[in-house]
Design a protein around this ligand. Structure first.
Ligand code: OGA
Ligand code: MN
Length: 281
């Protein structure tokens, strides 16, 4: 008996994973169930945890090898460089984390040759207004979006490649010179297959810079049409955070977006880890 309960949501995406105490060491059977839940549902969440940094890193290992983010030098946690802070909190006049991580729909590290396989956020502080949580994160199922396309369109787009350019991301903070050098422009298949399930999904968003072999304008039209198709409400789950949540998403099966509807003095703090991924195929 693993004691784990997987509770799928009504949406086409997302499941709650209940019955696990993340302070305990997980058995191989438990790890397997959780890994498969992530692959099948795209996003999983576990509620009511308070993880020590080392425990978050070891839970991250269930999904693969943790990566070290280029922002960890500035916004990392002492002793656990795999964790980096997403936060709007300012201490002694200095921000303790990235305040607005991903306010446009995106898939993490799509600009890298090997984008992150999965991302985990552990909610330490959730902004509250009159008892309601703010600062939700929305997730869109890119596999369901692919399934829903007409077959003629599927045939037309299935061999296209999308160009990603780190310097053209729509982000609040300007990228550092080192990061620009680390991430030269790269192209990935527009339709990629999941490394575990084999399921196809669309891999394109407003962060895409162009389509290989197409003019700037023709590329833009394809990108915009597909990017807005992916985030149709039918494919979206919006996570309302509670302190202690651990949410993990699969960057192949879904895209996500931070809903920034709060500001100081309301504070938000997430501990973020990512799992290294392979070259999309
Ligand atoms: C991220 C991200 C969304 C959020 O950490 O990659 O996009 O709601 N975060 O903080
Ligand atoms: Mn992100």
């Amino acid at each position: 008996m693993t004691g784990i309960k997987i509770i799928p949501l009504m949406a086409k995406i997302g499941a709650e994973v209940a019955g696990l105490d993340l302070r305990d060491t997980m058995s191989d059977a438990q790890s397997e169930i959780v890994r498969n839940a992530l692959a099948n549902y795209g996003v999983i969440y576990l509620r009511g945890h308070k993880l020590e940094p080392k425990k978050q890193v070891s839970f991250t290992r269930v999904f693969g090898e943790p990566a070290i983010n280029h922002n960890a030098k500035k916004f990392g946690i002492n002793g656990s460089p795999e964790i980096y802070r997403i936060s709007n909190i300012v201490e002694n006049g200095k921000p303790i984390g990235t305040a607005k991580a991903g306010t446009e729909w995106h898939s993490d590290m799509c600009y890298a040759m090997r984008p992150a396989k999965a991302t985990m956020l552990h909610a330490r502080k959730v902004p509250q207004l009159n008892g309601f949580a703010l600062g939700d994160t929305s997730f869109a199922n890119t596999a369901a979006a692919w399934d829903a396309l007409p077959i003629t369109l599927k045939e037309k787009i299935s061999n296209l490649r999308v160009i990603y350019d780190f310097t053209r991301r729509k982000r609040g903070a300007k990228p550092s010179k080192a990061a620009i050098q680390q991430y030269p422009p790269v192209s990935h298949p527009l339709v990629r297959s999941h490394p575990i399930t084999g399921r196809k999904s669309l891999y394109v968003s407003g962060e895409s810079a162009g389509i290989e072999g197409k003019s700037e304008e023709a590329g833009r039209i394809i990108i915009e049409a597909l990017a807005s198709h992916i985030v149709h409400p039918a494919f979206v789950y919006r996570h309302s955070w509670r302190q202690g949540d651990v949410v993990v998403w699969d960057n192949c099966t879904c895209q996500h977006k931070a809903e920034v509807d709060y500001d100081l003095p309301l504070e938000r703090l997430m501990w973020r880890t990512t799992v290294k991924g392979s070259v999309p195929k």
